[in-house]
Design a protein around this ligand. Structure first.
Ligand code: GDP
Ligand code: IMO
Ligand code: MG
Length: 428
């Protein structure tokens, strides 16, 4: 069976966790392939909200296996906290949670390095989640990292010490004010490593290969969004992994010809948390309304998310680099009550009108050109069928489908699992 992918098409927080949870009943295996605890994936069901950072969003389904792939970076301390929460809720994760031996470990000093690097950048900071993501991927590509499989070796603590010592000298080199008590952080870290080691470590690429061969269905769950991709995002204001479809191949060991459907998720408007260019960002009442009604605060850091109109140029670009086959539009309910809606359908780029995503989208180069749509006033949150959707919303959806040449098969009208409207064939 082919591996289906589910990816965010904007700057993250599109609602990936919710949709993975909704789709899990169609799959045997849910697999995270990149990112780490910088992610915050929110699931809401039975009146409760759950936020996952590293653990795949299929974990609440008894029948699904959840795999943390080789492309993910794991902070044992945060992972343990996630496990503790699951345990409190009576989720029996021991039999369903598998971890790739090739996933890299975030050390306490990676987090400190992240903080030191950001502090040294001053106003030019990335706005990182400070979870140590950048430094851990740097050690991975620099061939210095410690992997999950290394925790099974007798000398791993010696390797840990050497790397942590190196990190400490790097932190000192930054010459910024980062206060820390490494002994305290290490106490917590080694305790958490013990818990991590009680889980099942596997050679995940072999596992995925055999699962596919035996006809099991697999959904790969992306983290972050395409515009935060290390290659295709708004560099340097990006994360340190490939968040796009290709990342699922390297982050799980799945060959490109084994990819099936690519589900692309986007909000009916746009948000971004952290620094970096955002052409359709709003600084007015409309932006404030989106933030308030959409409750736009980061699930990992609690930071307010910047809000703006939908950017079709950026969305088209994300669909292209991912090969999206089906679209899912989230948070349509948040736009109820806007008299007029705007969609950016071209950029004025250095004085010229363009319709592609250019190398540089800094505000001095790019000005969005908008197409306007009538809004709707109906509350969507109780709706469950397409026939109930307001005419103006249908026009909005059909316009996007026509421009993107991809069907929108899910319209989400609220955070709950149940607030999901299906518009057509899902799993091909
Ligand atoms: P993820 O990182 O892509 O999983 O998304 P987050 O969980 O960080 O952010 C999405 C937020 O929107 C969460 O608070 C969700 O509960 C919420 N959400 C998801 N879908 C909808 C929707 O259709 N409408 C509304 N109002 N909220 C939604
Ligand atoms: P999910 O999976 C939104 C942003 C950070 C920062 C930049 C780099 O929940 O959609 P990093 O900590 O990765 O070095 O930060 O990327 N960022 C996210 N923004 N959603 C996320 O994940 C994010 N993960 C990282 O805010 O701008
Ligand atoms: Mg999130």
């Amino acid at each position: 069976m082919a591996v289906d992918l589910l990816l965010g098409l904007q700057w993250g927080d599109e609602g990936k966790g919710k949709i993975v949870d909704v789709l899990t009943s169609n799959y045997n295996i849910i697999a995270r392939f990149q990112g780490g605890p910088n992610a915050g994936h929110t699931l809401v069901f039975n009146g409760r909200k759950h936020v996952l950072h590293t653990i795949p969003s299929g974990i609440f389904h008894d029948d699904a296996t959840n795999l943390v792939g080789n492309g993910v970076v794991i902070d044992p301390v945060i992972f343990k906290k996630e496990l503790d929460k699951l345990e409190e809720q009576g989720v029996d994760y021991r039999k369903s949670l598998l971890i790739s031996r090739k996933a890299h470990i975030i050390l306490p000093t990676h987090r400190l390095l992240d903080a030191a690097s950001e502090a040294s950048k001053g106003k030019a900071k990335i706005g990182s989640t400070l979870k140590g993501i950048g430094p851990t991927y740097m050690d991975k590509t620099g061939r210095n990292g410690i992997r999950v499989g290394d925790l099974e070796l007798s000398d791993w603590k010696t390797r840990y010490r050497a790397l942590a010592n190196k990190h400490e000298s790097m932190i000192a080199f930054y010459n910024v004010d980062v206060q820390y008590d490494l002994a305290e952080l290490e106490k917590e870290f080694f305790e958490a490593v013990k818990v991590l080691k009680s889980l099942k470590f596997i050679d995940s690429e072999e596992y995925i290969y055999q699962a596919q061969k035996s006809g099991q269905t697999i959904l790969a769950e992306g983290a972050q969004g395409s515009l935060l991709d290390i290659d295709f995002g708004t560099y340097p204001f990006v994360t340190s992994s490939n968040t796009t479809a290709a990342g699922a191949c390297t982050g799980l060991g799945v060959s490109p010809n084994q990819i099936g459907d690519v589900f692309g998720i986007f909000k009916a408007y746009t948000t971004r948390v952290g620094s970096g260019p955002f052409p359709t960002e709003l600084f007015d009442e409309d932006g404030e309304t989106m933030a308030k009604v959409g409750n736009e605060f980061g699930a990992t850091t609690g930071r307010p998310r910047r809000c703006g109109w939908l950017d079709l140029i950026a969305l088209k670009y994300a669909c292209q680099v991912n090969g999206v086959t089906q679209l899912m539009m989230m948070k349509g309910d948040v736009l109820s009550g806007f008299k007029t809606l705007k969609v950016c359908t071209a950029y004025k780029y250095k004085g010229e009108v363009i319709k592609h995503f250019p190398y540089n989208i800094d505000p001095e180069n790019v000005e969005p050109i908008y197409t306007e749509f009538s809004g709707w006033t109906e509350d969507l949150t109780e709706m469950s069928e397409t026939s109930q959707l307001p005419k103006a919303l249908n026009e909005y959806i059909e316009f996007l489908e026509k421009e993107l040449e991809i069907p929108i098969t899910i319209v989400s009208v609220g955070p709950d699992r149940k607030q999901t409207i299906f518009r057509g064939q899902l799993v091909s």
